[in-house]
Structure formats: structure tokens, C-alpha cells
Design a protein around this ligand. Sequence first.
Ligand SMILES: Nc1ncnc2c1ncn2[C@@H]1O[C@H](COP(=O)(O)OP(=O)(O)OP(=O)(O)O)[C@@H](O)[C@H]1O
Ligand SMILES: [Mg+2]
Length: 325
Amino acid sequence: MGKLLEVENLSVEYVTSNIGSIKAVDNVSFNINEGDSLGLAGESGCGKSTIAYSLMKLHRPPAMITGGSIKLNNIDILKMTNKELQKFRWNEASMVFQSAMNCLNPVVTIEKQFLEIFKYHGITKNKKEGLKLSEELLSIVDIHPERLKDYPHQFSGGMRQRVVIAMALALKPKLLILDEPTTALDTVVQHDILQKIYDLKKEFNFAVIFITHDISLMMEFCDMVAVMYGGKIVEQASSKKILHSPSHPYTFGLKNSFPSLKGKLEYMEGIKGNPLNLSNIPQGCRFQDRCFKASEKCFEIDPEITSSGNDFFYCHNPLVNNGGV
Ligand SMILES: Nc1ncnc2c1ncn2[C@@H]1O[C@H](COP(=O)(O)OP(=O)(O)OP(=O)(O)O)[C@@H](O)[C@H]1O
Ligand SMILES: [Mg+2]
């Protein structure tokens, strides 16, 4: 499998006059192979959406990319012209935003919204072709083509979300970014929609970046999981490793703050303290004051990367096989 996306040393800052500069993404690197799925986990405010927007170069002021590169099939997205970007978005990569179901235009029928996208991107030659493709896309997400004439309010939240997903897949992108695609929906609908996305992924072989607070849902659907804390990816490993033997104490804590969907009820405990204040990053490890494994070193030196194959973590006192806990 070839490498699809390579993110190297990406840094993104929010520069505001009242609070100064916030480094929301700090020197983050990760890769995704064609057809792979990567989950991006972490508490609210740790920088997940900021990464997602940057990957599409959809970040807007006060966000500024201050360093690094984002390459899709070896082409640096950050160096693309607006015209190149227009082609890149939807064609190469597309994104379903946090609360995307509210992005549909309420006064325009679904059919018209599909046709507008096709026209804008020059996908179909005429209305007839456009209608045919719209019908196909709706049936892909299990919605009857008859519903094309309906307005967004005539759909349930779950259906609206599926419509948005169908739109994101319209150009058969190689990468689909899902930023909390189902958070507003109930658990059963959430699960069904993700199952649908992963069935489609098998069929069309696109890669997925899946952002959610729900790490158990993520572990069920993703091959790899990257765990973010305060603007950094502190650990990345296969879902299996994250589930059974995480190395970083934060990963362990995050995993245990969620009940598992299947199997026995395990002991559940949140992580003490509050998320990191990004405008006041301490010396040493940024998880120091919340970490049950913290030692003196953690307050002085920022840990270096420890890697093995595609897995890596940043910690002075990693957990060993969940022992030591
Ligand atoms: N427009 C903005 N101006 C200033 N700071 C911002 C802005 N947008 C985000 N931030 C800050 O950047 C940090 C990362 O935000 P981001 O939205 O990427 O987090 P997130 O991990 O997606 O959180 P959530 O899980 O709540 O969606 C936060 O500390 C947030 O306060
Ligand atoms: Mg977010």
C-alpha cells in the first residue's frame, strides 16, 4: 500500500490581539496509507478540528499555518494555488464537518444542492446526468431517490448527515475527513452511519481520518489511532495496541473514560484535572500535572519520540503492557 498523506511538523497558531498567540497544533507529524483509517482522539480543545481544517487548507484567520508540510500523493497542499485547491477539494480529499447536517441550505431541495456541487466541479455534463448521479449517491447511503425533491427539514438528523456524507463522496475522493460526523445523533444511528461509511470505504478504497471524542467507537472502526493532548500527538498506534496496551498514561486515561461498547464492564475513571491551557504551555511534558506516572524529569524535559514501526509515543515513564498501573 502506497503512502497517501504525509503530514510533517505541522504547526498551526491562532493569533489574536486579546489573548496573543495560541499554538493549537504543535509540530505534528503522521502518515496515512491508501485506504487506511486513522482515528484522531483527544479532549475538547486539543486541536483536532484545527488539524482537519488545515489538511484541506480550509483554515481561516486568526488560524495561521506556521510550519510544516502536508503532502497528498507527494504534492504539498500548502503550496497549491486557489485553482489547484478547488480541484483538490472534493476530488482528492473531502470533509464532513462537525455538525455538518446543519450545513445543508434549508431553503433549497437536496436535488438542487447536489446539482450545484456537480456544476461547480464540472462533474456531470447536463441535468440528466446530474440527476442520475444524485440518485446513485442517495441510494449509496440508503435513502430512496424519491427524496431528492425534499428540503433538508423533511429529513431526520441521521438522514441529513447521510446526505452530507453522500455529497462528500460525490467525486470519489482518496481521503475522507470526518470531524465528529455523528456526535449530534443517538448511539444506534451513529453506529449505523459509521458502518455505512466503512462499507463504502471497502467498496471505494478511500482513506479515512475519523475525529471523535468517543474512543471506543473509534477503536471499533479505525486501524490506527492517534491520541492528541494539548496540540501534540502524544501517542499513535494500532487500535489493538491502544485498546490493550497503550504506552502513554494519557491514552490509558482517555480510554478508561469511556464505557466499552462490547464485552464486560471495565473499570472506568476519568482523567483528573483540566485540559491544557494552550496559551500557557509548561516546560517539560505538557501532561505533567495530570499524570499519575509523572516524575521530576517530566517537569523539566519535554520527552523525545519513542518509535517502533508506525507506532510512536512521547513519554518518560510509559506504561508497560498495562502493567505498572
Ligand atoms: N477561531 C479561533 N480563535 C482562537 N482560538 C481558537 C479558534 N478556534 C479554535 N481555537 C483554539 O484552538 C484550540 C484547538 O481548537 P480545536 O477546535 O481544533 O479543538 P478540537 O480538538 O477540535 O475540540 P472539540 O473536540 O471541542 O471539537 C482550542 O484551544 C481553541 O480554543
Ligand atoms: Mg473539533
